[in-house]
Design a binder for this molecule. Sequence first.
Ligand code: NDP
Length: 485
Amino acid sequence: MPTGFEYAPAPESRAVVDIASSYGLFVGGEFVDPADGASFKTVNPATGERLSDVAEAGAADVDAAVRAARRAYTRVWGPMSGAERGKYLFRIARILQERAREFAVLETLDNGKPIKESRDVDIPLAAAHFFYHAGWADKLEYAGLTTSARPTPLGVIGQVIPWNFPLLMLAWKIAPALATGNTVVLKPAETTPLTALLFAQVCQQADLPAGVVNIVTGAGATGQALTEHPDVDKIAFTGSTDVGKQIARTIAGTRKRLTLELGGKGANIVYDDAAIDQAVEGIVSGIYFNQGHVCCAGSRLLVQESVADDVVRRLQRRLGTLRVGDPMDKNTDVGAINSAEQLARITALVGAGEAEGATRWSAPCELPDRGYWFAPTIFTDVSQAHRVAQEEIFGPVLSVLTFRTPAEAVAKANNTPYGLSAGIWSDKGSRVLWTADRLRAGVVWANSFNKFDPTSPFGGYKESGYGREAGRHGLEAYVAAGSED
Ligand code: NDP
């Protein structure tokens, strides 16, 4: 007797992308070999298959990239009018849309995220960031950025990004920097360099002046060489709190500016008057979207005690319907963990949760036998002191805590070194606003979670970093007050 309908496979074709067997660095508008010829491989985390060899930039290569960016800033991009800069950004945005399918497939192959997410979230949002900032390029004087002063660019910006949203993080960094008249040297994460290199081709296609965007691939040492370079005017970093602290130490005492988007341990608060089924969907998108590799993930569920059993039961039932597996299948909900290292980190923290006495439940799903995978997991019986309630797991793992009163919910939500995001689920607007006012988090979603828009500023409190990205506030991070005239 069949028990229900099965999904037929719905694989996206990879024929639309053309992956070269090796890539150079993108410096001064051209792909060049690294000075010492070093390279590393990038793999498909869903299969372990090698996708390509990518150049590893050393200090000399980073220096060449910074010099190219400085030349472009001084000679071309800095003096160019905002209206002209805006045209290039519009052109890049349109090309991203035209080549969206190619970008989505490449992102999924290199990162392991489900194709429906790269197709419907990452790539459209990346294009939207360029459109949004293109519109600002000739209106900066009216953006109300610095009181009655003409905003001027900072110069050469060094940008270091992580592997969880490779093209989207690139867009968050490059679009505002270019719109405000700066030039950039960007280092993508070691495990996900391919869409940044395809973006370099888009810059060529858009005839962007040479040196305005430079891409230096490599590992932590490449990022460090960039942050230490004396001719960089500002560093913009997204990644772990540990590396963010190292970078802050490196540039302390220099004239460089710094913005940091770091880790999080977001609280998702469900009151007893919430629409429970909607809340369950929000919990799922809060922590299982992108395999939980999300800095603003709702990784701590705070649920009012009277509805806790019901919420957890419905959540388990919902997780049982998530499809975990081939990221290239259009029906897949949860894809591959990005790397063996990240899988080891998740496994170790989940082990710590079990050892400390929390109760583990994992969705009963069959995991592929090659590649890196972790089943959607829930911890109950979690106390605030448990590592799974304090540390960023950065995987599909939810820790459930309970509360009795709104004051207790707020106290527990704020009991974290981080302060990036939070969610509130309630039928009552006054309760939502009362709670939101008291949460120490940069973004608070009400009856929703993980919603992004280029017009809306994003950033953290406490160890989640400082500075804002997107919206008018995001422009502020890339300009200095100019003279009044
Ligand atoms: P990292 O912070 O190490 O990586 C972020 C970026 O910084 C990468 O491009 C990385 O290069 C680069 N980098 C590493 N070391 C340095 C350095 N000393 N100076 C300058 N740049 C450097 O994150 P991981 O990938 O190691 O992930 C570790 C943990 O961090 C995760 O488990 C997760 O908890 C958290 N994380 C949080 C993110 C967030 O958005 N909040 C994003 C990513 C991770 P490379 O890729 O070569 O290491």
